[in-house]
Write a protein that binds this ligand. Sequence first.
Ligand code: CTP
Length: 473
Amino acid sequence: MIKVITYGTFDLFHEGHYRLLQRAKALGDYLIVGVTTEAYDKARGKLNVVDSLVTRIENVKKTGFADEIIIEESYGQKVNDIRKFHADIFAIGSDWAGSFDYLRDYCRVVYLERTKNISSTMLREKNSPIQRVGIIGTGRVAGRFIQEAKLVSGISPQGVYNPHTDSAFLFAQRWGVNAYEDIEDFYKMIDIVYIASPHETHYGYIKSSLEHGKHVLCEKPMVLKRAQAEEMFQYAKEQKLILFEGIKTAYCPGFNQLLGVACSGIIGSIRNVEACFTKLEHKDARELNDQAYGGSFTELGSYVMLPVLKLMGQTFADLRFDVIPGGNGLDLFTKVSITCPAGIGTATCGLGVKSEGRLLIAGTKGYIVAEAPWWKTSYFEVHFENAEKIEKYSEVFLGDGMRYEISDFLSVISGNNQNEFKLTSQESIALAGIMERFLEEQNRTEKSRGGGRDIYADKTTGTSISFDHYTGI
Ligand code: CTP
């Protein structure tokens, strides 16, 4: 009996897939089809798969060509499968010509001619037209967004807006997009907006983007007042638009795996979450000198509060901020301590004090630890009372990680995915509430010392908001 083996994602099952399976089967007597998992596709940079694994398997099954269907979940699996199943022929489409010649050491390799003018990518683009994205803000993070967006299909960076037109034109030249002097012209040319302007301008830009009918992905912290977050999510819902807060950790596969393991019961009931992220900034950096909205917590607080909110919930019996202020009163280092019905949590961040960046989740049966940069989770361990028993988990983390949030944002827009659970509007609203409380407390403390943040200067409304030299992390 001649055994043939082939692999594929088989997303949005189409004629090309059908013909490939038909010809692969005809090469022998028994056909084994390996269907990739979502995690494996993500790991190899295929971020936009629409159909679930179950649907893709069902579609392969329906053709009647597959005698056996297996799951492909990692690199290197093909060699082992060929040995395990004693496959005589490895068959794959001609778009892969040459890529699998190394398998000739184990079996015959056949490249079958690819069916012309059809692919999952084409169907995805037909079903969900390319989204032209406009970027508000010209700092480092905006440049990284463009680099990462290029790796996600279905999105095309179109233009940039910054009221400081010089910055906008420089950015546009560097990244090959258009700069707009008039925000109305900017809105006319785009479908979705990515906001990476200074924190205090987010509210105004989200509002105006939604009013112009655009879906919005906004950098963290999305807004600095709870009521503003509530208003924006409600408005987006009414307008049937998607509003996402861009905390990239929330969308990265490793962090989601970690949350899944933490909630699986393996460490028992979760009683303590400690998250720390510090990043030393130069003393002249904007983050340490913006008297109104600078400081460690507004900059990094979203990252460290994320696992606490995810694992301990949003109902706190007590929430306390301990702050080490710099000479200008802004926080160089902040520790948030929370008490909630399930246990306690601490979220620590610093731009002027260095500490060990770590995420620790303690439960009644064990603990999980992820070292820095845990906010780009690629590895974590589960420990138990028996110190010799350690479970290790790793997950691919590609590039800067923004591609995951961009890809989730797009799939929610196209209605293909319900990934909003990764960072819910309720969690974003809770985060805005915590930011608001922090700024109020800081302001009170500093006022009593004769200082105080300039948070009442209204920079949060209107659309023509001035900013420059903004970098963002
Ligand atoms: N295939 C084919 N003809 C096509 C498309 C795919 O013969 N027009 C073959 C591929 O070469 C592969 C198998 O079908 O052997 C599964 O391909 P897959 O990557 O799942 O499909 P694509 O349509 O190529 O997907 P994408 O556009 O996401 O790359």
